[in-house]
Design a protein around this ligand. Structure first.
Ligand code: DAK
Length: 258
């Protein structure tokens, strides 16, 4: 997978690191940037050797939102015609575990991008906000729904109606991030988490992730249905046999991904 102007693709064995690369605009998510991100994610998703994907934005900003320059003159028809919504749907359809490594600003679409990921590792410098209200708009890539589910209705309402940021520590306490670490450690921490997940049997990771994500977006009854189906399916994998046999034989499992 080659680097593009806007996204740098790194690989460390079974973990891929995508770095958003538009530092002069604090990684503002222009259509070209989103297209490059989606292409890179889909290519890594299709690569069997990749078991976890980190999205990073560098020290100063994860992403300061969608590109205001590109949106300023938009009409509703422009939004429909250019299909910007479809970028977010493409990210949502990725099947591999996604880890957001957030340092600095995760604002607007940047916060929504982090929330499309499965885990969020934050630097102490991270700031999360949905500041769209200050521009006369509102979140449009899942912010009103995912933020409320992550941190609760009242705190989400305050963030979305005021547009004011919360710190990494506040985000951690509210349940929006998994870990907060010093700035020099945030990427290593994300890598450690990614490697740990990558060491687990990939089919079980995929189906467990699917059950969680599906349930998060639907009713308890539907979520339990998917859990039951996926749980049962896993008994058809070699990794289930290997994992249980290894436990009984008191040795480490050797997962094949089958
Ligand atoms: N867009 C374009 N350029 C941006 C930008 C953005 N979101 N954020 C920062 N930049 C640019 C600045 O214009 C500046 O460029 P130059 O002036 O140097 O050319 C450069 O990045 C550095 O920014 P600052 O000079 O402002 O840096 P500061 O450290 O002083 O401030 C800041 C950092 C993050 C507090 C500030 O830049 C800021 O407030 N940025 C805007 C944050 C924001 O409002 N974000 C929300 C954008 S709206 C959709 C789905 C989702 C969305 C849209 C559509 N569909 C499904 C259709 C999402 C919408 C949004 O995210």
């Amino acid at each position: 997978m080659p680097d593009t102007e806007y996204v740098i693709v790194g690989r460390e064995d079974t973990v891929a690191v995508l770095t958003l690369n538009r530092p002069e605009a604090l990684n503002a998510l222009s259509p070209a940037m989103l297209a490059a991100l989606c292409d890179a994610l889909e290519s890594l998703d299709a690569d069997e050797a990749v078991r976890a994907i980190i999205i990073d934005g560098g020290q100063r900003a994860f992403a300061a939102g969608a590109d205001i320059q590109a949106m300023a003159q938009s009409t509703p028809m422009d939004i429909v015609r250019t299909g910007t919504l479809s970028y977010w749907q493409r990210i949502r359809r990725v099947n591999k575990p996604l880890i957001a490594a957030v340092s600095g600003y995760a604002y607007g679409g940047g916060c929504e991008l982090a929330m499309l990921c499965d885990l969020i590792v934050a630097s102490e410098t991270a700031r999360f906000a949905q500041p769209e209200i200050k521009l006369g708009i509102m979140p449009g890539a899942g912010g009103t729904q995912r933020l409320a589910r992550a941190i609760g209705f009242y705190r989400a309402m305050e963030m979305i109606l005021t547009g004011e940021p919360i710190s990494a520590r506040q985000a951690y306490e509210a349940g929006l991030v998994n870990r907060v670490v010093p700035p020099e450690r945030y990427l290593d921490e994300a890598l450690e988490l990614a490697r740990l997940i990558a060491s687990r049997p990939p089919v079980a990771v995929r189906l467990a992730r699917e059950a969680l994500r599906y349930g998060y977006e639907s009713t308890l009854r539907d979520g339990l249905e998917i859990e039951r189906r996926n749980f049962t399916l896993l008994f058809d994998t070699q990794d289930q046999k290997e994992g249980m046999r290894a436990f009984l034989e008191k040795r480490s499992p050797d997962f094949s991904g089958r």
